[in-house]
Design a binder for this molecule. Structure first.
Ligand SMILES: [Zn+2]
Length: 535
């Protein structure tokens, strides 16, 4: 029985963990790398055809976005997720594939002009559509035997519609282990979705640490504060720009704006217009407004039963086409624009920033986590006087707000409360899904609290039976410190080499226990190869 860390190891995106039991392999999450290049890009450090099953904690792209790539590269098994996650995956993976296609067309045009070859998309819409028949729709709190000595149970993580913790029971040769994967841990009081639950037992825990370094002071009236920003901005003739993840955060903002309007909190313009400029956000809002009442919290369910849609109000407009999106920038009426991507590294939000960032009377309101290396992080940290958008230098003059309390991630106290709910301290807590220093700091905090905690390295392998780390993996920090453009330039060929190195280490670890004669020969061959390339 082995547990491998193929992603989100000392970094905040690209969640992907491997479990090996009875000679069969499965993955938990298959997320896209976002924000910065860890040196491996979107490459898998394994052959996808070796895996039989995937379990997905929730639909966010950093937990699910490489599923089409997995299938394209040879995965043929089944993918287990909750019912709402399956529904969200269908729109999110299609959208992600569409973005990949557009980006590769744009890159190809650029490459062609410089005489290079065309660029292939990471995956296409057709690849994404091959994922959907593989999905096995599961319900919460139901233990499912998925075969080969593995049973799983999803329970509500309170982070996104359908988000789940995964409890996994493994059995091999009479040996039993229970591994718990936290996915992303939610926060109480988040609109629409239920408060996060707890898990009470597990031998091994793999837990996230996104906000493991900070506490969020509770805010009495988040809706009131949000309304104040809208009121003061619109009264000066400015626009409020909300970069938001199309699924989850966007619906949270709509829910709050409905309340702002209902309470008449924006005095300067009570009937202010709101534009949701994100086709994916529009599609997700339709899912949230559909027959998912059983998955919503009591407050939202009560509104629906009373005939009130929690996500609609007067003067809300859904923008689908890019032409209509561009027209928004010509209309001088003060307004609220919600658009994606949430971290501003792609999508229509970049156009809205180009047209509004330089205007002192405008506001940009962030409500979600901004990963290192994204434009959103630059703006939140106020580290730039100007930014480059579509080849143009744009001054940063608008007001930038960061509403951390709207985040659907638990803060440090929430994370500590979650792990403290285990009745008996787990054998090991692996801390993942946090930026390098945060991951390490939160691990140190857990050790201080008496837990056996560690922050595993990329592609490390832990033997669940012996409790030993059989392969240490590689710390991605050195690559993270590379200047962004250098990391990108190196990517294509250097990534291939890195991948080859990872595979070699994987092969070495699998040869543990082989005859000494073979091991010695293997070592000699590697030494001969490395001495040839040593610099
Ligand atoms: Zn998430």
């Amino acid at each position: 029985m082995k547990l491998s860390f193929y992603g989100a190891a000392r970094e905040v995106t690209g969640s992907c963990f491997g479990v090996e039991v009875n000679g069969k392999k499965l993955l938990v999450d298959c997320g896209m790398q976002q924000g910065f290049d860890n040196g491996f890009g979107q490459n898998f450090p394994f052959y996808p055809g070796e895996f039989d099953r995937v379990v997905i904690t929730h639909a966010h792209i950093d937990h699910s976005g490489r599923l089409p790539l997995l299938v394209k590269q040879g995965f043929k098994g089944r993918i287990y997720a909750t019912e709402p996650t399956c529904r969200l995956l269908e729109i999110m993976l299609r959208d992600s594939a569409h973005i990949q296609e557009l980006e590769s067309q744009w890159q190809s045009r650029k490459q062609k002009r410089s005489g290079d070859n065309t660029v292939q998309p990471l995956y296409t819409v057709a690849d994404a559509e091959k994922v959907f028949p593989m999905l096995v729709h599961c319900s919460y709190n139901n233990t499912v035997d998925i075969g080969d000595g593995v049973s799983i149970r999803f329970s509500d993580a309170g982070h996104l519609l359908g988000s789940a913790y995964v409890e996994m029971w493994l059995e091999e040769g009479g040996e039993k282990k229970k591994v718990v994967f936290s996915g992303d841990i939610g926060t109480p009081g988040h609109p629409l979705i239920r408060d996060p639950g707890h898990i009470s037992e597990g031998d091994i825990v793999v837990m996230e640490s996104t906000y493991g370094d900070r506490s969020r002071a509770p805010v009495d009236d988040i809706v009131g504060e949000f309304a104040e920003v809208i009121d003061s901005t619109l009264s000066k003739g400015g626009n409020v720009i909300c970069p938001a993840f199309a699924v989850g955060r966007t619906q949270g903002i709509l829910y709050h704006i409905r309340e702002v309007k209902e309470r008449g909190l924006v005095k300067s313009c009570p009937d202010f217009p709101v534009y949701l400029d994100s086709p994916l956000g529009n599609a997700a809002t339709r899912i949230y407004s559909g027959d998912v009442i059983d998955y919503l919290d009591d407050e939202a369910a009560e509104l629906i039963r009373a005939g009130i849609s929690p996500l609609s109000f007067d003067n809300l407009h859904f923008i689908e086409t890019s032409d209509d999106s561009k027209l928004l920038n010509e209309d001088r009426t003060p307004k609220v624009i919600i658009s994606s991507s949430g971290m501003c590294d792609a999508g229509r939000i970049r156009h809205h920033l180009k047209h509004n960032l330089w205007r002192r009377e405008c506001s940009v309101v962030f409500t979600g986590f901004q990963a290192f290396g994204t434009l959103g992080r630059t703006l939140v940290d106020a580290t730039a006087q100007s930014v480059t958008l579509f080849g143009e230098e744009i001054a940063v003059r608008s007001r930038i707000y960061n509403f951390r309390n709207m985040s659907s991630h638990a803060d440090r106290e929430g994370l500590l409360g979650w792990i403290d709910a285990f009745e008996k301290k787990p054998e090991t807590v692996f801390v993942v899904h946090g930026e390098h220093d945060i991951c390490k700091a939160f691990t140190a905090r857990l050790i201080g609290e008496g837990f056996n905690a560690l922050a595993p390295k990329y592609s490390s392998i832990h033997d669940l039976t012996s409790g030993e780390m059989v392969f240490e993996g590689r710390d991605i920090a050195r690559v993270a410190e590379l200047p962004q453009d250098r990391a990108r330039r190196e990517s294509a060929v250097f990534q291939r080499l890195m991948l080859a190195g990872t595979k070699l280490l994987d092969v070495i670890s699998r040869n543990r226990g082989a005859p000494n004669k073979d091991l010695a020969r293997f070592a000699d061959q590697i030494n001969a190869l490395t001495s040839k390339w040593e610099k």
